[in-house]
Design a protein around this ligand. Structure first.
Ligand code: GTP
Length: 374
């Protein structure tokens, strides 16, 4: 048992998961499911998060959502890992950003203890106890878990002093101007005092409006960690996270070969997947539940959501295929394509790189330049 999280004098840490964003960069798949429900190697991201919270002895999680997200999450019936789950809703037609939902959840957050806040779209191998320890040492209002990034300009960047205090926090600095490569990993320990900084009922950005202020006051701290960290905000990052996890599983996985089908590891197949003859699957193919793949099909570097059908002699390379999509015979789907849920790609259609197809759309003509078909 983790003493610092579970001792009798200190109440267990509560976690608030920010899960009410619109995931615009993951459209069109995010039109029909929130980012937190995107499958990561066949398990919803939120389930990975619940499992990590439970492993860190956290017993209560508050989901900061909008009405639609709440419906989707409840429909999914994700195993709760013995966590007590509560929902805090943004007002109708008023997304509160990354800061507003924390104020909105005020009544559910304890007022005499720090609490954990997680972005719902990240996969982060962070030890929450260590972030909490830094937080307590420095008497901080907020402590941010920090990770190193090759290109920090896409994130919030922290300049860290020797005592773990963040001297400066700059959200998305212009390329080449970031003072360090330590970026905001989307995992925070916050003191209840943070609630004094967030106005009621307003849309507030924690990263742009609150963190820079705290850095100026000397009450923002950082905890740099080395483990795995990925943000799934963009399609290529989503595919990359699946790849990294597939790689980490390879040692435990034996090469699976089916009759006259070639499977090149690493791959992941969920229950009920059926594959025809002379097909080549992998490397880096994730096939969700109840997928039916025909004969002579090639699938690699792709994530295929549950219930998809792929016709004979088709190929899918570097794409994301949404739930229940029907891919005809002789179809070619290239790198960067995103096919929305229940879309239908007719026989012999070719989709060149970076083409998106909206949910339930029927496509009967090939497309050769990047665009969104709606
Ligand atoms: P993009 O539209 O692609 O930028 O995605 P996003 O806005 O969903 O994600 P972003 O990376 O900007 O947000 C970080 C986290 O905060 C994500 O887990 C979002 O779900 C969450 N979030 C963003 N905006 C809101 C909001 O208005 N309300 C709530 N409750 N959560 C939010």
């Amino acid at each position: 048992m983790n003493i610092s999280l579970q001792s009798k004098t200190v109440k267990p840490l509560k976690a608030l998961i920010l899960a009410g964003g619109f995931g615009t960069r993951l459209r069109p798949i995010s039109c029909t499911r929130p980012k937190s429900l995107f499958p990561i190697v066949n398990k919803p991201l939120l389930q990975w998060t619940f499992e990590r919270l439970a492993k860190n002895n956290i017993t209560e999680a508050i989901l900061a959502v909008n009405h639609q997200t709440e419906v989707y999450i409840k429909q999914h019936r994700i195993p709760k890992c013995e966590l007590h789950i509560r929902y805090s809703r943004d007002p109708l037609r008023k997304p509160l950003g990354t800061g507003g939902p924390i104020k909105k959840a005020e009544k559910l957050i304890s007022h005499d203890n720090p609490f954990l806040v997680l972005n719902g779209d990240i996969f982060a191998d962070v030890n929450y106890t260590e972030v909490l320890n830094i937080h307590k040492e420095g008497k901080a209002v907020a402590t941010i878990a920090l990770h190193r990034a090759e290109d920090p300009s896409r994130y919030g960047v922290a300049e860290l002093a020797e005592d773990n205090r963040i001297k400066r926090f700059i959200e998305k600095p212009a390329r080449g101007t970031a003072p360090t490569n330590l970026i905001n990993a989307g995992v925070y320990v916050l003191s209840p005092k943070i609630l004094d900084y967030i106005p009621n009922g307003k849309t507030v950005s924690l990263e742009r409006e609150i963190f820079p202020k705290l850095a100026d006051k000397g009450t923002l701290y950082g905890y740099a960690f080395e483990g795995l960290w990925m943000d799934i905000g963009k399609p290529e990052e989503y595919l990359q996270l699946n790849k990294i996890l597939l790689d980490s599983f390879t040692n435990k996985r034996k090469l699976r070969s089916r009759a006259r089908t070639e499977v090149k590891n690493p791959v992941a197949f969920d229950k009920g997947v059926s594959i025809g003859e002379k097909s080549f699957i992998g490397p880096y193919a994730v096939l969700g539940r109840d997928i039916v793949v025909g004969n002579n099909v090639h699938i690699r570097d792709s994530v295929i959501f549950p219930g998809v059908t792929v016709g004979d002699s088709s190929s899918i390379n570097g794409a994301i295929i949404g739930e229940g999509a029907i891919i005809g015979r002789g179809v070619k789907i290239e790198k960067g394509c995103i096919i929305g849920d229940y879309a239908k790609i007719k026989d012999n259609v070719s989709l060149a790189e970076n083409i998106s197809v909206c949910p339930a759309k029927e496509v009967s003509e090939s497309a050769l330049t990047p665009k969104c078909i709606y």
